[in-house]
Design a protein. Sequence first.
Length: 398
Amino acid sequence: MKRALLLATLATTPLAICHAAATETAPFWQDSTLKWNFRYRLEQVQPDGALADALASTLRSRLTVNSGQWTLAANQSISALIEADHVAVLGGETYNSTVNGRSRYATIADPDGLDLNQAALLFKAGSNSLITIGRQRLNFGDQRFIGSVGWRQNEQTFDGIRLTQQFSPTVQLDVASLHNANRVFGPDGANADLHGRFNLAQAQWTMAADQVLQGYFYDLDFDTLSARSASTTGLDYKGGAQGFKWQAALARQHDAHAAPADYGLNYHRFELSYPLGKVTVKGILERLGSDGQNAFQTPFATLHAFNGFADMFLTTPAKGLREQAVQLTFPVQKAKAALSWHRFHSDVADMHYGNELDASLAYELNSQWQLLGKVAFYQADTLQADTRKFWLMLTFLP
């Protein structure tokens, strides 16, 4: 309750100030913008086992309104952002959206409905400070820990306060205090929200044009998911030289707050890529550690971007996860193609979970229309079942 009152106070105070100041400036609506886009996707999931094949044909329509700025004082202003998403099912609903009750089908987490994706006030103090209050999209770093899950039709957004502070052209601090995650399973249903107290901090130092170091601390205290309450501290270094590009990320995760287990777990990710003519080759090693009973978890990550397109590891198995992957990216005429192979096994107990082969082809028809095709083939050994997934997506950005 105290938190809600605090947020209400912070949200209304700038509005009261700007009401007095607005009479001295041009009407804010003169600089307002309205943007809209559409994304159609056909997704098919073919799992071996008891579940029936799933097919989802969905259209996401997005409307984004950015107000102009109210001037409060010299170098101080406030603006507003509202964004709404509508997901419609085109054709039969032959898939489990997690809320439609079609549990005999495989899951495709794209429920239909209208959702308020973002609704926020943005307070600018000079050119280096930005405070965002309300519902907002958060993408920290490469989204391995905090992301918007933009692949799904209904994004993940967060409710709370965020401060972005630029101390110099090379040093930036990002901190946020949040009380709710609006998940991809929304806008309705038991899994649409995750309440709690989530405090995030990330500092970034751009040492050179191709050398970036990030440090972060993420403290998650869930109201109803206490097993995921944890504190994570880490470093992420991305660099490049002589055509090589690399990433080295290390993190440590501890139980926190009302978590029922006692643990301390390690994470690492190493990437190295190099262009060979028109083909760029990338190698990936990733570990989400385990003590045999508990595993390193990333509940707010954009998980589709990691550990294969098939999404077999949205929750890290109790024995942990180690991945070795090789990716090739190359042009095909005017399109961009990617092939990747992934091997998954446990962090403890020497279990081979399975292998996965992924492929994608992206083509820009023109500046407004984009076409994407993707396939994923997961071959199970000791975890999950053999699964094939196919996507065809068309995006219109006017």
